[in-house]
Design a binder for this molecule. Structure first.
Ligand code: MG
Length: 183
């Protein structure tokens, strides 16, 4: 067998000798969500109300960013997804505050023995431009998740004027999160 570079050998050693057991104490999760836009503001996004002439449609408060974060967290911990935990057929979830659902998902993740290392999010929206709200979004997400603002990042991208994002029919959000097993 070709000898492994010194820097890689401890990692590969773990993989070889822990069959069936978690290889590392880290887990990554991915969440994505889409909601349609309709006339009339404000725009509920990331747990804050942003002044805008459109809002998102959904069974809950349709907070596309919080839904993506919720699914990223649940996915990283291999827990049921947001649609399974908070079905859109359940009247209890009608107009529900997505911050509540995210906090509940976070509690489940923590109960399963995980803590959040960091999360990084992208919101794809032609309008409004999210630059002016970036810090408010980071602060609110950190508050909901009981994290430091330095553990949370949010980026805004437009749809370059094309497709359903660019034509202001929808807003999409994506989130990746890293979890670490509690010692
Ligand atoms: Mg959703």
């Amino acid at each position: 067998m070709v000898p492994l570079p010194r820097a890689l050998s401890p990692v590969v050693h773990d993989v070889r000798h822990q069959r069936g057991a978690p290889i590392t104490t880290l887990r990554i999760g991915l969440g994505e969500d889409t909601h349609r836009l309709a006339p009339g503001g404000p725009l509920r996004l990331g747990g804050i109300d942003i002044p805008h002439d459109q809002h998102l449609l959904g069974h809950s408060d349709a907070d596309v960013l919080l839904h993506a974060v919720t699914d990223a967290l649940l996915g990283a911990a291999c827990l049921p997804d947001i649609g399974q935990l908070f079905p859109n057929t359940d009247p209890a979830n009608k107009d529900r505050d997505s911050a509540e659902m995210l906090r509940s998902a976070c509690d489940r993740v923590e109960s399963a023995g995980w803590k959040i290392v960091n999360l990084d999010c992208v919101v794809l929206a032609q309008e409004p431009r999210l630059g002016p709200y970036k810090e408010s979004l980071r602060t609110r997400l950190a508050e909901i998740l009981s994290l430091g603002v330095g553990q949370v990042n949010v980026k805004g991208k437009t749809g370059e004027g094309v497709g359903p994002i660019g034509e202001k029919q929808i807003i999409q959000a994506r989130c990746v999160v890293l979890l670490e097993k509690r010692a």
